[in-house]
Design a protein. Sequence first.
Length: 303
Amino acid sequence: MMLDIEPLVREVAPGLLSRRRASVACIATTRRKYLVFDGGMPAQPRCVVEYGDADRLLRTAHVLRTLSARLPGVVPAVVSCGPREDGSYVLIQEGLGGVPWFRVADTMKSAAAWRALLERTLETMTALHMAVRSEPSWLGSFTLASEVERQAEIAARTNVALSNGALQMVRDCRPCSVPIVSFAQHGDYSLNNLLVDRDSISVIDFDEFGLTLAPLHDAFGLALSFALSQDVPTLPRVEVIRACVRRAVASTPVDAALWPGLLLHHLLLRINQCHGAHRRARLRRILIDWADELARTPQSFLG
């Protein structure tokens, strides 16, 4: 497949590659994506190529087109999205500058450095959410009681060993049956999906965009990614969660009484997403333990 990437880009986007030869690197996480570099391996790819089914790629392309128009350079623009002769679909999006989180983490030597990075990622999250809220079709409502119950039922079907405390917390959410006005979340707003440059931060991987409208979902995702990314807990988890929630509710108020239930929903949803993925088995175990800890000590977990 990699041998076809360069000719494909030259055919679909004439002039995008100016050098005679391009370099291609494959990133295999949940799905394969191909980074295409003009010439050797400069710091920034010219584009990113992905093959997949039409519905998913067309949906992602629509999200990218809408958001990149509002946040150029922060969200990648679409170069092309369409069918190939073999029936497959291909999405080509612009490459953005910045380095991935694991290279950034290598430079984080102090709590002050982690706080500075956290502040920048929160500024980007706020800008992203403002852009999302400006699109009427991405607005909606979220009912905590039914959505927590739904995620708990999915977990039960896949034999997730939730603690009695976590199960009781699910039942405690039943009175929260009033719909909350909300908007589509990125779905996986975390250090994994941010490219960090000296002057900017870019957001990538919109495959899970809009899969939940749960308020604070992105804020919790960012906070917990900081906890997972620190080999040594330089910046306490409770401090990061508090900062992320405080920033999120500053622009979109959410009743504090709902925060524990919303965090439980976030954890259950992510636990269910890990089902069947061998590489996520350790993460799944951590998330289950966090759900138990949240049920036992919600105030200290949330700060």
